[in-house]
Design a binder for this molecule. Structure first.
Ligand code: GN1
Ligand code: MG
Length: 372
């Protein structure tokens, strides 16, 4: 939670939560999850039916037009709900619901003009920050495949661009270069490692955007942030039941999602570790995730989609490292941090992961051939 919200106290939060509490009284509002951008709370009600919902304050430094997020979320959830009604799945699958305010609005602005919205909590479900088992990995892949499958017939133009430049790696590189020219970098072995790491990979940044421009990869709808803890698991069956965090559902490449899911799911140490020597890309988990993903996604992927899969895995790990490192150099403006070196530590994790991916290129390419 930000300092500003802490000073405003719990009463302020309860009053905001109350705007969305159509049934029951708000009992508590607690900080929830480990998001790097928005502020997230779990609200508990004394209602008999739905006892919880998720309350979020959208970070407007990142999402300049939060109304567009809500518009997209409506379009996405309406489409998917309709599809599931017409052709139900033979397993539990949930779509988060946007909860209206008492004035029947999608969001609430408080006295500071902060943008608040509420989303249903998927009952009897949980998420994990690191991979639990190989069947867990298959389920993560299945969840992303199902997510893509359910929107594969929704035209990308139907959704707005809620975050311009998101996952366009050359733009992150440009921003990084701009930051570098403006900043007097405090040298250290870690900083020097990062500077060299980026400098050695200038060409890599363009791989997916070039493929997009050449028409090799089509513009589709994507999730934008399918990291491991955005997949919810049924607490009893331990099967994936939902993909949450829909802020970045927008036109893009499914490769951004494939790369993001694998860079997150195949890093057993997790993205918040500081034990850099332990970081590696786990190819067995990669095989499981891709198997789960392709069990659903094979139906809509083309030959070119497979050709660029390895590049996507390598690129998105590198890109996230670049984003963290640039933010560290810029003074921690974009990502929330617990201490001033936090984004540097996060960048090192992603760069070490990228190194591990690069050193296993042959193996990863063989896995992609094998599972397709
Ligand atoms: C951010 O806020 P959160 O944790 O859902 C970021 C993602 C990164 C992720 C890394 C809008 O997501 O792109 O992959 O941190 N979201 C945005 O943990 O920038
Ligand atoms: Mg997110």
């Amino acid at each position: 939670m930000t300092e500003e919200l802490k000073t405003q106290g719990t009463d302020h939060l309860v009053a905001i939560a109350d705007q969305f509490a159509l049934q029951g009284k708000v009992i508590s509002v607690q900080a929830f999850g480990s998001g790097n951008v928005n502020d997230t709370f779990l609200v508990t009600l004394d209602a008999s039916a739905e006892k919880h919902f998720v309350l979020q304050r959208i970070n407007m430094r990142v999402f300049r037009q939060p109304e567009l997020i809500m518009q997209n979320m409506r379009a996405y959830t309406d489409h998917v709900r309709q599809r599931l009604q017409c052709s139900p799945l033979n397993r539990r699958w949930e779509v988060p619901r946007v909860l209206p305010t008492k004035n029947a609005q999608d969001y609430w602005r408080d006295t500071n003009s902060s943008f608040w919205r509420a989303i249903s909590f998927i009952s009897a479900s949980q998420s994990f920050d690191t991979m639990q088992s190989s069947s867990h990995a298959q389920e993560i892949g299945y969840a992303l495949g199902m997510f893509h499958n359910l929107i594969s017939d929704l035209s990308p133009e139907k959704l707005a661009d809620t975050l311009v430049g998101f996952h366009i790696t050359p733009l992150y590189l440009q921003h990084y270069n701009e930051v570098l020219t403006k900043t007097s970098v405090r040298q250290s072995p870690e900083v020097n490692y990062c500077l060299q790491f980026v400098s050695d990979r200038q060409l890599l940044a363009h791989v997916l955007e070039n493929a997009k421009t050449k028409g090799k990869l089509p513009l589709r709808l994507m999730h934008g942030d399918p990291k491991i803890n955005n997949v919810m698991f049924d607490t009893a069956t331990q099967k994936a039941v939902s993909v949450i965090d829909l802020d970045t559902v927008k036109p893009g490449l499914v490769h951004y999602d494939i790369g993001d899911c694998l860079r997150s799911g195949c890093n057993p140490a997790g993205e918040e570790t500081t034990a850099w020597e332990d970081i590696y890309f786990d190819t067995e988990l990669c095989q499981e995730i891709l198997t789960g993903y392709l069990s659903v996604a094979k139906a809509f992927l083309t030959e070119n989609d497979y050709i660029y899969m390895y590049d996507a895995i390598r690129l998105i790990a590198f890109e996230l490292g670049l984003r963290f490192f640039a933010d560290y150099l810029a003074g921690n403006i974009y990502f929330k941090v617990k201490h001033p070196e936090h984004n540097l530590a996060r960048a090192l994790v992603q760069f070490k992961l990228t190194e591990s991916i690069e050193s296993q290129e042959t193996k990863i390419r063989a896995i992609i051939q094998d599972v397709k």
